[in-house]
Design a protein. Structure first.
Length: 361
C-alpha cells in the first residue's frame, strides 16, 4: 500500500468510533501526499483518535476535562475493562452521558482499584508482620534453649539424674514452641496463597476484556513488545458493517455478536495464537512462530467459515444475516507493525470488505 492510505484509515476509525456513540459520520478527507512517512501516518491516526474523542465529548455536551477524556479513551481503546463496561451501561440505558455520570464512573473505578490494592497491601503487610514475629519468636526460643542447655551442662556432673530431667523438660518445651511457630507460619503461608490468587484475579481483570473474555489491548501490546526477532506476524481484524447491527437490533445484540465473533476466531486458530479485543469491533492477533503467509492463510480460512454462518436475533427471531470481517496482516518484528497491519486492514475494506490483506514489506 502507499503512504496515502493514512488519512482514509483515520476516517474509517472516526466513522467507527462515532458509530458506537450514535454520532454522525463525516466525509472522508482528501488523500494525503504520497510522500508521507509511516511515522507521519501514525501521528495522523493518533491526532484523529484525539479528535474523535473530542467530538464525542461535545456531542454529549460534556465538559472537556481530563476526566472526561480519560473515561472515553478507556472505553474506546478497551484498555480499562471496568471503565469500558460502566460507559457501555450508560449508553445502553438510553440516558446518554453527562458530566455527573462521567465523574461517577471515574470515581467509582478509582475507588474500586484503590480499595482492592489497599486491601491486598494491608493483608500482605499483616502476613509479613506475622512471619517476622514468628521468626523472631523462634529465634528467641532457640537462644533460650541454648542458654539453658549450657547451664544444665555445668550441673550434669554434680546431679546427673535431676539435670537430665530438666534437659528433657527444656527439650519438650522447645519442641512445643517450634510446633507453635510452625503453625503460625503455615497459617501465614495459606493466607499468602489466598492473596496470590487475589492478585492473579486482579491481574486477569486488568488484562482481559470484560465482554469477550479475551486479552485486552494493554495485554496484547505488552506481548507484542516482547516479540524480538524470529518469525511472527501481527493482524488487525474489524467486523464489517458492525454499526448496522447496533442500529437495527440494539447494543445488547451487538454485544452478543462481538462475543460470538471473538469465540469463533479464538476457536478457529491454534491455541498459541494470541487473540485479543483491541477496541470496539476490532481484534488484534499475534501469530508467534508463523510467517505472514501462514498467518494470512490461517486467518483467511477462519474468515471464509465465518462468512458462511447466518445469525438470528435471539429475542425477535429476526435474521441478522451473515457476519464478516476484514483483516490486515504484517510482520510483527517491525517497529510499525500495528500501523502496517491497520493500513492493510483499510486496504481490505477499500477493496470490498470480507477479505484478508497483506501489508507492504
Amino acid at each position: 500500500m502507499s503512504a496515502s492510505s493514512s488519512i482514509p484509515v483515520a476516517a474509517r476509525r472516526r466513522r467507527r468510533v462515532l458509530g458506537w456513540f450514535g454520532g454522525e459520520e463525516e466525509a472522508t478527507p482528501p488523500p494525503a501526499p504520497a510522500s508521507r512517512t509511516l511515522a507521519q501516518q501514525r501521528a495522523t491516526v493518533l491526532r484523529r483518535l484525539f479528535d474523535d474523542i473530542g467530538t464525542l465529548i461535545f456531542s454529549h455536551a460534556l465538559t472537556p476535562s481530563p476526566c472526561a477524556y480519560g473515561v472515553l479513551h478507556a472505553y474506546v481503546s478497551g484498555e480499562d475493562p471496568g471503565t469500558g463496561e460502566a460507559v457501555a451501561e450508560e449508553l445502553r440505558s438510553g440516558q446518554g452521558l453527562n458530566d455527573a455520570s462521567i465523574a461517577r464512573i471515574a470515581a467509582r473505578n478509582d475507588a474500586a482499584q484503590a480499595g482492592a490494592l489497599s486491601r491486598i497491601a494491608d493483608a500482605l503487610e499483616a502476613r509479613i508482620g506475622d512471619c517476622l514475629a514468628a521468626v523472631g519468636e523462634s529465634r528467641g526460643s532457640a537462644e533460650t534453649f541454648g542458654n539453658a542447655l549450657h547451664v544444665e551442662a555445668g550441673r550434669l556432673s554434680s546431679d546427673p539424674q535431676a539435670t537430665i530431667k530438666r534437659i528433657i523438660g527444656l527439650t519438650e518445651a522447645a519442641v512445643e514452641a517450634a510446633r507453635l511457630v510452625e503453625g503460625q507460619l503455615q497459617r501465614a503461608r495459606e493466607e499468602a496463597d489466598t492473596l496470590r490468587n487475589d492478585l492473579h484475579r486482579a491481574r486477569q481483570a486488568a488484562e482481559h476484556d470484560h465482554l469477550t473474555g479475551l486479552p485486552n489491548r494493554r495485554n496484547f501490546e505488552q506481548r507484542l513488545r516482547e516479540v524480538a526477532g524470529g518469525t511472527a506476524a501481527v493482524a488487525l481484524i474489524d467486523i464489517d458493517d458492525f454499526k448496522q447491527v447496533n442500529d437495527r437490533f440494539g447494543h445488547p445484540a451487538g454485544d452478543r455478536v462481538l462475543k460470538f465473533v471473538a469465540a469463533f476466531v479464538r476457536a478457529g486458530l491454534p491455541r498459541e495464537v494470541l487473540v485479543a479485543r483491541y477496541g470496539g469491533e476490532e481484534f488484534a492477533l499475534l501469530f508467534g512462530n508463523m510467517s505472514v503467509d501462514q498467518a494470512v492463510a490461517a486467518l483467511d480460512e477462519v474468515r471464509q467459515r465465518l462468512s458462511q454462518r447466518s445469525l438470528v436475533h435471539q429475542e425477535s427471531g429476526a435474521p441478522i444475516g451473515h457476519i464478516t470481517f476484514s483483516a490486515g496482516v504484517a510482520i510483527a518484528g517491525r517497529e510499525d507493525a500495528l500501523t502496517a497491519a491497520d493500513l492493510a486492514l483499510y486496504a481490505a475494506k477499500n477493496r470490498g470488505k470480507n477479505q484478508v490483506a497483506r501489508a507492504d514489506p
